[in-house]
Design a binder for this molecule. Structure first.
Ligand code: ADP
Length: 528
């Protein structure tokens, strides 16, 4: 063999498997003395690769020139038996070889028993001294096929591992891209040693400190502090990330105030999620921080604007109301004018209620409606509310009875906000029902709650609607008994105010008809 006739591969894969396979034809030639040797491998997706030795290395291997497994070459596919020919040219099936192939005489071809869809064959051509190949040559070749089988098996594993690595890498890159593109600050911490596995740039900005992969979580905990909306510092073991890492307890969008190393404070929304691996073991946790300062500022501006607008609307409404109430309509002989004045009065009441409810709801939603507790007595709150209701058109000629036990204790609550609850419930009783209204108060000693009930004598509310009636914008379209369309905000506001006091609200149907709306308020604020 001259040096030009070195082994070469039609494809360069550069893998260790290719390097091993490419050595086989040379070995086959050395062991049998053949002029040419080749391995053809058809891969599962159809690509044909050839490793050969003894042929001119300058031959340009084009796809069209590759042997197609026809004729003798195709024989090895369906039949497992080897091909052993003393003179290939005398065989009727001696086609299928490319035109440029040098002349061949003796040939041995073996099928390689490769797994999982690989089809491989090993050939040697032209025995020394123009003779036939011996049985010994065939046996040597058979042993070599086992090596090829092993190499192909390894190739399969290698391919699989490579694919998995590519997928893992792509997943990691995608995740990092999502984290980096997120406006939220993201910190990932390992559960075993509580070290930082990754973080987003935004996390450094929000926390106000430098982060490093591999640094301990305790370093962050030392630099910053989280406070609850009640102003109390959150202890290390109660921090969302610690709870997620230690107990797998997840936190979803909890509002907190972050105290940063430079002394600045930032309102943030904190979430912490747990990443588990097989058998539910906690692998790591993700801390997500969302800067709320812009949102809160926008909400405050919206609320300020609404306060201004509603205040400006309420002032002329109060003025009109005052003028109408000051007119001595009885002395006016014209009944039509009196009816008009009453209509205007009712419209003014309606507008006043709507504007007040819109303002309340906007403050609740922006989080700017805070409970301002003080020591107060429910009798005062009720009397003021009934007084207000009596000046409204729907309160004319309606009897409201307040029943409060003599020994009713004081309570710690926001009298202004509880007054708004009574305003709404009383207004509903008068708008949607006819007849007297009873307000009954009691102190429930077992729970130390103050219960207030407002009972009307109307048509009642279908029990099926009780669960929804406190939803925002919920209105009952049919069965209305007098009254003017509202916005469906009153009861939602009541529920929010009572909830902010740590209480509960509900409705029940009266045996004698009508409904009783009730709410319980803890007499003492729990955190006092
Ligand atoms: P609105 O501003 O429309 O009065 P609310 O939230 O106060 O909104 O009430 C929701 C709906 O509940 C009302 O549309 C009304 O149909 C019904 N409702 C409330 N209170 C009573 C009541 N005492 N009797 C009958 N229906 C009532």
């Amino acid at each position: 063999m001259n040096s030009d006739h070195q082994q070469s591969s039609s494809y360069t894969h550069n893998s260790s498997v290719d390097r091993a396979l490419s050595k086989i034809p040379k070995l086959a030639r050395e062991l049998t003395g053949a002029d040419y040797a080749a391995i053809t491998i058809k891969q599962p997706h159809g690509e044909l690769r050839i490793f050969h030795d003894g042929l001119d290395k300058n031959i340009k291997w084009q796809d069209k020139e590759l042997p197609q497994g026809r004729g003798l070459l195709g024989r090895l596919g369906p039949v497992d038996s080897p091909i052993m020919l003393s003179d290939i040219s005398s065989h009727p099936d001696s086609y299928g070889f490319p035109d440029w192939h040098p002349p061949m005489k003796a040939l041995v071809g073996l099928r390689v028993f490769a797994r999982k869809g690989y089809k491989a064959n090993l050939y040697i051509a032209n025995a020394p001294d123009n003779r036939e190949f011996t049985v010994q040559d065939t046996e040597t070749l058979t042993q070599l096929t086992q090596f090829v089988e092993f190499a192909l098996e390894f190739a399969e594993l290698h391919d699989k591992e490579r694919r998995t690595r590519i997928i893992t890498e792509a997943t990691e890159n995608r995740l990092q891209a999502v984290i980096d593109g997120s406006l939220a600050g993201v910190v990932i911490v390992s559960a075993s040693d509580k070290l930082l596995l990754g973080f987003s740039k935004q996390a450094c900005m929000i926390l106000g400190c430098n982060l490093e992969v591999g640094a301990p979580l305790s370093e962050i905990n030392k630099s910053v502090a989280f406070f609850g909306t009640n102003g109390q510092v959150i202890s290390e073991q109660d921090l969302p990330i610690e709870r997620a890492l230690t107990n797998g307890i997840e936190t979803i969008a909890s509002e907190m105030v972050l105290h940063r190393p430079d002394g600045s404070k930032l309102p943030v929304l904190v979430s912490a999620a747990t990443i588990r691996i097989h058998r539910g073991e906690i692998d790591s946790s993700v801390l997500i921080l969302q800067d709320l300062s812009d949102i809160l500022q926008t909400e405050r501006m919206k609320s300020d604007f609404l306060s201004m607008v509603t205040h400006d609307l309420r002032t002329p409404l109060a003025l009109i109301k005052g003028i109408i109430n000051g007119m001595d309509v009885d002395t006016n002989a014209n009944g039509e004018i009196q009816a008009d004045l009453e209509s205007i009065d009712e419209e003014v009441d309606h507008m006043t209620e709507l504007v007040s409810n819109l303002l309340d709801m906007s403050r609740i939603e922006s989080g700017t409606k805070r409970v301002d507790n003080e020591v107060c007595h429910v009798t005062d709150i009720l009397s003021d509310a009934v007084q207000r209701a009596s000046s409204f058109r729907y309160g004319v000629d309606r009897t409201v009875t307040i029943k409060v036990p003599k020994n009713m204790p004081e309570m710690y609550a926001d009298p202004g906000q509880l007054g708004r609850v009574i305003d709404n419930l009383l207004s509903n009783a008068m708008k949607y029902t006819l007849g007297d209204v009873d307000i009954i108060c009691s102190h429930m000693s077992e729970t130390d709650n103050i219960r207030t009930e407002i009972a009307d004598k109307g048509n009642g509310i279908p029990v099926t609607l009780h669960p929804e009636i406190f939803d925002k914008f919920f209105r009952i379209r049919s069965g209305k008994q007098g009254g003017r369309d509202g916005a469906g905000l009153g009861l939602a506001i009541c529920k929010s105010v009572v909830g902010a006091h740590g209480g509960q609200i509900g409705v029940k149907s009266n045996d004698a008809g009508g409904s009783t709306f009730w709410f319980d308020i803890p007499r003492e604020r729990l955190d006092r």
